[in-house]
Structure formats: C-alpha cells, structure tokens
Design a protein. Structure first.
Length: 180
C-alpha cells in the first residue's frame, strides 16, 4: 500500500480537468486518481504511518496560501503536466520532506527538494497515452482548458493506494488558519 500527498484544486477545476483528460479514451489517469498537485511523493511514507503526525504538525505551522495552475509542459516525452505557480508550495514541500526524512536515494528517485517541480499531471504514456496523443493533448490545451484563476490552498490530501493503480483519499490535513 502506497501513500502520497497532494493538493486538490477546487471542484470546478477538477471537473474541467477530468473532462479534458477524458477526451483521450486511452488516458487511464482519471480512473487512477483525481486531479491533484503532487506535493510529496511516496518516498518515506511508510505503512507504519509514523510520518503522518509529522506531516500534520507541519500543517499546523503553515498558513493557507494561493497558487495558480499555469502553462503546460512535459517531463521528457512521456508526461504532460500543468506548472504550478507558488513560492509557498516550494517551502511546504521542503518542510514536509525534511519532516518525513526519506533517504537520499528516495529523494533522488522521486525528484524531491531541489529537483521538485510542482505540477498537476494531465496524462502520461505509463497510463495509456502514446507520445503522439500527448502531443495532441498539449496542442489542444489552450482551446480546452481556460486559464485558471488563483485559488486558496486550505488543506493537503493524503492519498492511499487501495488497490493496484487506484488511489483514494485517506485523510485531509488542514493548514494553520483553515477549518474543515
């Protein structure tokens, strides 16, 4: 069972993103996990859950903040994503990685700390899309995804893999001045 931590965009943005993703019938990503901004990858998020209290403590020290979904880009040729604009997300990522304290090998494997790029994945070859479909998706983004307005981040979502290649909400952790 794997865990990771993400930031969930507002419901209207999630719906718009899923509709866009579903235009490519080979895109399995909407069936795997809801649209989210990856904040902390699986490395160090172990089954014993001792890390969970450390992450919750980090949330108590971080105030809500604004972020913006931005232009599309690729990781290599196989992952299409939206950039995220926010200085606060970079600081929060570092704080959580340091609190969880994964090994240097895991930090490298999951491209964390200095290699971290805040992003929201739209599609990838690993989840069914060909490179040509990813290019087609990229070319269609401006026509199909309106520019997103900044939104407030009030909580983090812990995702858990409940079955192979299917992640669901495990727990939401609210930031310092937010309420459930």
């Amino acid at each position: 069972m794997n865990y990771f931590i993400g930031i969930v965009p507002p419901e209207i943005y999630k719906q718009r993103i899923v509709r866009f993703q579903q235009q490519w019938r080979n895109n399995k990503l909407p069936n795997i996990v809801e649209p989210h901004i990856t904040l902390k990858a699986q490395g160090g998020l172990l089954l014993d859950l001792r890390w969970l209290e450390k992450v919750a403590d980090c949330c108590k020290d971080i105030e809500t903040f604004q972020l913006t979904l931005d232009k599309a880009d690729f990781f290599g040729d196989d992952v299409l994503f939206l950039h995220v604009k926010s200085e606060e997300i970079l600081q929060l990522h570092k704080k959580i990685v340091h609190a969880v304290a994964p090994t240097d090998q895991l930090i490298e494997q999951y491209m964390e700390l200095e290699k971290y790029v805040p992003h929201l994945t739209l599609g990838q070859s690993h989840w069914g899309l060909s490179r040509d479909e990813l290019k087609e998706m990229y070319g269609s983004i401006n026509k199909n995804l309106e520019l997103f307005q900044p939104f407030s981040v009030d909580y983090l979502r812990i995702y858990r893999e409940t079955e192979a290649n299917h992640y669901t909400t495990y727990r939401d952790l609210y930031l310092k001045n937010a309420s459930p």
